[in-house]
Design a binder for this molecule. Structure first.
Ligand SMILES: O=c1[nH]cnc2c1ncn2[C@H]1C[C@H](O)[C@@H](CO)O1
Ligand SMILES: [Zn+2]
Length: 361
């Protein structure tokens, strides 16, 4: 079957669970904001700056990939900067046909110019609200939920977990930890995860991206993660996948599949950090065939020069996926969202299913 073209995917309703606010800025906005705060950039033309981010992030290492965030985080230290970046994020996702998005960022990284954690969250929430209202007025409605991230090398996870719970009725729907994985196991933040469980709150953990099965095992069996950020290395626990081999799931892979634990897979990002060698060889093909709870995500649109529609187009081309596969990925994501069940169901039944039914003719 012919691959579905990018331009056909844009109007399809999409759900996105793993997108970093500080990884999705418009290059032109970075340039304007950097001028205002006196931050020096590696390029001053929007196209060149966009290319710089993709090339610099294309490093084969998560640590070097993460260094590029110094330039986005630097311009997100004021109410004005945070508000604008959040507003444009909502508008850009809506223009790409995303109807539901969970966008994450680490408030502790935005305190350099004197803002408090609460002020950071309020500025971002206000930006998302304005962007969503504008998108709705333009005929591309989007719902945005916020995930607050704690950096795994730092020691503020309990504080950020409490911040998340404080804002649970004001736009924050979950919690996450991110940053370099090797050397910083999720159990370092066990107190925060136990606190969140006592509060009946939701969280995902970046695990199984730059590090393998022990990280995924800890995230699920010690920390109680609802979802796995990436989780791509779970394939290390699946054997016999070469042509003709009998596929055998190890205990952990079987547990993840049986419990329907969602995998927030980010194909382009994984190729850039070396977690996968190409889109065609990305484990998402196998995990899809084995019916894991697979979702597809952008991770960092700026660093990967990508969008939800582009990720889906790449997968359609690499694996021959058609509309029913794209609908399956979208419904998987919506089922795995951190908003209440009835609201998830309404988006599936009122937006996603009718949208794909129309596209499938
Ligand atoms: O894919 C990722 N793995 C681990 N950490 C990440 C990834 N993408 C972004 N981050 C980090 C860098 C950001 O500054 C931080 C909060 O969004 O999260
Ligand atoms: Zn991420």
């Amino acid at each position: 079957m012919a691959a579905i073209a990018f331009s056909d995917i844009v109007p399809a309703p999409k759900a996105l669970l793993h997108d970093h606010l500080d990884g999705g800025l418009r290059p032109a906005t970075i340039i304007e904001l950097a001028e205002r705060v006196g931050h020096e950039l590696p390029a001053t033309d929007p196209a060149a700056l966009g290319e710089w981010f993709v090339a610099a992030a294309d490093s084969g290492s998560l640590e070097r990939y993460l260094e590029t965030f110094a330039h986005t985080v630097a311009v997100m230290q004021t109410v004005e900067g945070l508000h604008r970046v959040a507003k444009e994020c909502a508008l850009d996702l809506a223009a790409d046909g995303v109807v539901y998005a969970e966008v994450r960022y680490a408030p502790e990284q935005h305190l350099e110019r004197g803002l408090s954690l609460d002020e950071v969250v309020e500025a971002v929430n206000a930006g998302f609200a304005e962007g969503a209202a504008e998108a709705a007025a333009q005929g591309t409605p989007i719902r945005v939920g916020v995930l607050l991230t704690a950096m795994r090398h730092a020691a503020r996870s309990q504080e950020i977990a409490e911040l998340s719970v404080r804002f649970r009725d004001a736009g924050v729907v979950g919690f996450d930890i991110a940053g370099a994985e090797a050397g910083f196991p999720p159990t370092r933040h066990l107190d925060a995860f136990e606190y969140l469980q006592r509060e009946n709150f939701h969280f995902t953990i970046h695990a199984g991206e730059a590090f393998g099965l022990p990280s995924i095992w800890q995230a699920i069996q010690w920390c109680g993660a609802d979802r796995l950020g990436h989780g791509v290395r779970l394939v290390d626990d699946i054997t016999g996948t070469a042509a003709g081999g009998d596929v055998v799931l190890g205990r952990l892979a079987a547990y993840v599949r049986d419990k329907r634990i969602p995998l927030e897979l980010c194909p382009s990002s994984n190729v850039q950090t070396g977690a996968a060698s190409s889109i065609a060889e990305h484990p998402i093909g196998l995990l899809h065939d084995l019916r894991f709870r697979v979702t597809v995500n952008t991770d960092n649109r700026l660093m990967s020069g990508t969008s939800m529609s582009r990720e889906m187009a790449l997968l359609s081309e690499a694996f021959g996926w058609g509309w029913s596969d794209l609908q399956w990925l979208t419904i998987n994501a919506m089922k795995s969202a951190f908003i209440p069940y009835d609201e998830r169901l309404a988006i599936i039944n009122d937006l996603i299913k009718p949208g794909y039914a129309k596209l499938m003719g």
